[in-house]
Design a protein around this ligand. Sequence first.
Ligand SMILES: [Zn+2]
Ligand SMILES: [Zn+2]
Length: 97
Amino acid sequence: MTEPACRVCKCTEFNACEEGCSWVKTEPGSPPLCSACSGTPKDVVEVCRRVRSTFRRLGIVTDTAGVANVALGALLKRVEARVKAEANNPDPSWGGR
Ligand SMILES: [Zn+2]
Ligand SMILES: [Zn+2]
């Protein structure tokens, strides 16, 4: 490994998630994790709400559903990948579970 990559979605410093992300603090010795993958499903719902209220504030009504669907799709993909990764947990250094 030449550069840190997110342990869930494998994004890197130079290839961030489509919706944008940054590194979040992880426990010492555990693999990197990006902000897009750090949220719980509850956080995702919160993000979706924020996106929607932003649209409303900007007065964007037309095509909002289409844009939101793209954003929601990307988020859901991320959450699903994380849930799957945690279920398998193939990396013993990851929390030692
Ligand atoms: Zn990630
Ligand atoms: Zn990312």
